[in-house]
Design a binder for this molecule. Structure first.
Ligand code: SAH
Length: 293
């Protein structure tokens, strides 16, 4: 991974960042019709998973589910295949031990179509239907490692209260959940929202809430967030995300650069005095769209 360029101070071209920081009340239901539902609500007897235990073995249900999905003989349910994926991520620059642990635990093959499972541990994005893609493991790891560098996350060694925009198939939400106290994940396409719920149920990660809604508004009922991550790239960062970021929180998102011809990863930190921003490498994400489909 290339060295990040030096951090830039505001004023910058992103809308909404030049205002003085203001504390937002977490008004329940305000500005959002989105309904949050627990992922594993249908599963009786499920104990809440402790967070930040990256070495914990997978739940038996996930292993059973892996066997159902994966053609036998591919070895996709073995920890070895994920360890090798993480080794390659380390060679590419991944350093954070907690992120390595989380990436080595989540069975990515459970989140992709049966026809693609043999590519699940390659460093490639894959189609998940409805014109959307699951991000490459290296991009997921990179963005989450950046999030772990936020002030609150560094102090607590946890992403804390996390908002993900763009649930997609649910894979990244599963990784985030292993590093967060709670994850709210929003998706605007109903079939993907439903699919993510199916994918996540066997993992029994009780600290994920899936929301069907327009993530451009963030999710005010649970704000503020220590960590905000977007899996879709827009022209600018929506004001709502910045407003819903906690002091000490960090946002990581793909945004079109000034030329509009490419996307770059943007990191925004909220401090008591306002916001600071740094711009990182070029990326390629599906577009951030407004409204519901
Ligand atoms: N994190 C996902 C990647 C999903 S791709 C994974 O692990 O699979 C990005 C997703 O963002 C798509 O599913 C797309 O529908 C969704 N998206 C785009 N604009 C959105 C918006 N305004 N609100 C919520 N989701 C959005």
């Amino acid at each position: 991974m290339s060295q990040p360029p030096p951090r830039a101070k505001f004023p910058l071209q992103l809308e909404g960042l030049n205002r003085p920081a203001k504390r937002l009340a977490a008004a329940p239901g305000a500005g959002s019709k989105a309904a949050a539902t627990p992922v594993a609500s249908a599963i009786p007897r499920a104990e809440p998973r402790p967070v930040l235990r990256p070495q914990q073995p997978l739940q038996q249900a996930a292993l059973d589910s892996a066997r159902r999905v994966a053609p036998s003989g591919l070895g996709l349910d073995s920890a070895g295949i994920r360890r090798r994926m993480v080794d390659r991520l380390v060679q590419a620059g991944l350093r954070d031990e907690l992120v390595k642990g989380a990436m080595s635990e989540v069975p990515r093959h459970l989140f992709v179509d049966t026809a693609l499972v043999n590519q699940a541990y390659e460093d490639t994005s894959l189609p998940i239907g409805h014109g959307q893609t699951i991000s490459k493991p290296s991009v997921v790891a990179r963005m989450i490692e950046l999030l772990m560098g936020g002030a609150n996350a560094r102090a607590r060694r946890s992403l804390g209260h996390t908002l993900e925009i763009g649930t997609g198939c649910g894979y990244q939400a599963a990784v985030l959940a292993r590093l967060s106290r709670q994850v709210m994940s929003i998706e605007r396409l109903r079939p993907l929202h439903d699919k993510a719920r199916e994918h996540l149920a066997p993992l029994r990660q009780m600290n994920i809430r899936l929301v069907y809604g327009d993530g451009m508004r963030g999710h005010p009922p649970n704000a503020p967030y220590d960590s905000i991550i977007a899996a879709a790239g827009g022209e600018a960062l929506p004001d709502a995300w910045l407003e819903q970021l906690a002091v000490g929180g960090r946002l990581v998102a793909p945004v079109h650069d000034a030329s509009g011809s490419r996307q770059v990863l943007v990191v925004v930190d909220r401090t008591a005095d306002g916001y600071t921003r740094s711009v990182h490498e070029a990326v390629h994400f599906v577009p951030l769209k407004s409204g519901l489909d």
